[in-house]
Write a protein that binds this ligand. Structure first.
Ligand SMILES: Nc1ncnc2c1ncn2[C@@H]1O[C@H](COP(=O)(O)OP(=O)(O)O)[C@@H](O)[C@H]1O
Ligand SMILES: O=C(COP(=O)(O)O)[C@H](O)[C@H](O)COP(=O)(O)O
Length: 313
């Protein structure tokens, strides 16, 4: 491994249908697909769909249905810049596929149900994002996806959502308290639908106040005060801890988005893909959120390269 290189590890966590995988792949596109590896934790299930159903457990059970030990070993190997050979899980059939080799790139994004479940996993992550998507959207998105891509009927998906509810509360939602940033997608009933933007969504960011070097919400609040973006900003207690919150709604123009990018990152770190996106004049809150988070990750990568160079001097 090149000693001047340190892999940046980003964790995305949340319930099924929350939008984790879509977001992870969008970040990869924005940052540069050549530099980013996305790993889904679904590949670390220890039982296939038939086996889970036979013993009456859901995929949300951390130990009975998943191999978190192997996952942790692999995450640390990737962080050290080593290749791994990992299992694969095929949602179309509910069976395991052939193992695949993963060569770590500059950035690894892990997305799944148990991304923050173990301390040893969390310790490997440079940024932890939890998706707390509004239940209405989550159900709508999960039904559409699982009935078109995973071989379920809409009725089966509804029944599965009900069956999982206790496990979601027990195993998935507590991980929200361990995130650096919580992203909450909400239906936006105030923005009129547009042909390019048929289901307006508002994106609310909650950020932990404890010693964070990343001040995304502070900058959003400032941009809101300056009248640059449509946002509301407040403090709230989430799982007993004070968090700073800002939600982005409506349409943001490119000039404003450029200023926001410079607030969370640095001009020279803007990737070619982000530049291309900025050619569109108007951006919805989901795009704004992805571009800002991608810019933060680019900044983390830059910082970690500087830290490694300083250690080598
Ligand atoms: N921001 C979004 N706006 C509209 N639809 C979305 C959005 N994010 C995800 N989806 C839809 O929801 C479905 C579930 O999203 P996915 O990313 O697969 O969730 P998860 O990985 O959390 O289970 C996807 O098939 C996608 O079509
Ligand atoms: O909850 C999930 C996680 O996936 P995601 O977060 O991508 O929804 C799935 O139900 C399991 O992976 C099992 O898959 P299947 O039901 O296809 O056997």
């Amino acid at each position: 491994m090149n000693p001047s290189r340190r892999v940046v590890m980003v964790g995305i966590c949340g319930d099924s249908g929350a939008g984790k995988s879509t977001y992870a792949h969008a970040l990869r596109e924005l940052l540069d697909p050549e530099r980013v590896t996305v790993i889904t934790l679904d590949d670390y299930h220890s039982l296939n769909r038939h086996e889970r159903n036979a013993i009456g457990i859901t995929a949300l059970h951390p130990w009975k249905a998943n191999n978190l030990g192997l996952l942790t070993e692999h995450v640390w190997a990737l962080r050290r810049g080593q290749s791994i050979v990992k299992p694969t899980y095929d949602h179309a059939t509910g069976e395991f596929g052939a193992p695949e080799e993963i060569v770590p790139r500059d950035i690894v994004i892990l997305e799944g149900l148990h991304t923050f479940y173990l301390e040893r996993l969390r310790e490997a992550l440079d940024l932890k994002i939890y998706f707390d998507t509004d239940i209405q959207l989550r159900v709508q998105w999960k039904i559409a996806r699982d009935s078109s891509q995973r071989g379920y009927t809409p009725e089966e998906v509804m029944a599965e959502i009900e069956r999982r509810r206790p496990d979601v509360e027990r195993y998935i939602e507590p991980q929200k308290a361990l995130a650096d940033i919580v992203i909450h997608y909400l239906p936006d009933n105030e923005t009129p639908p547009h042909p390019d933007y048929p289901d307006p969504v508002r994106v609310r960011f909650a950020e932990r106040l404890r010693g964070s070097k990343r001040r995304l919400v502070k900058w959003l609040a400032l941009a809101g005060q300056l009248g640059l973006i449509q946002t509301d900003h407040f403090h709230d207690h989430i799982i007993g801890e004070e968090m700073e919150i800002a939600s982005v709604s409506g349409i943001t123009d490119s000039k404003t988005l450029n200023s926001l990018i410079e607030m969370v990152s640095e001009r020279q770190l803007v990737t070619e893909r982000v530049r291309q996106q900025l050619e569109a004049r108007h951006h919805d809150p989901v795009i704004v959120s992805r571009i800002l988070v991608a810019s933060m990750i680019a900044h983390l990568g830059h910082q970690s390269r500087q830290d490694v160079s300083a250690e080598l001097r």
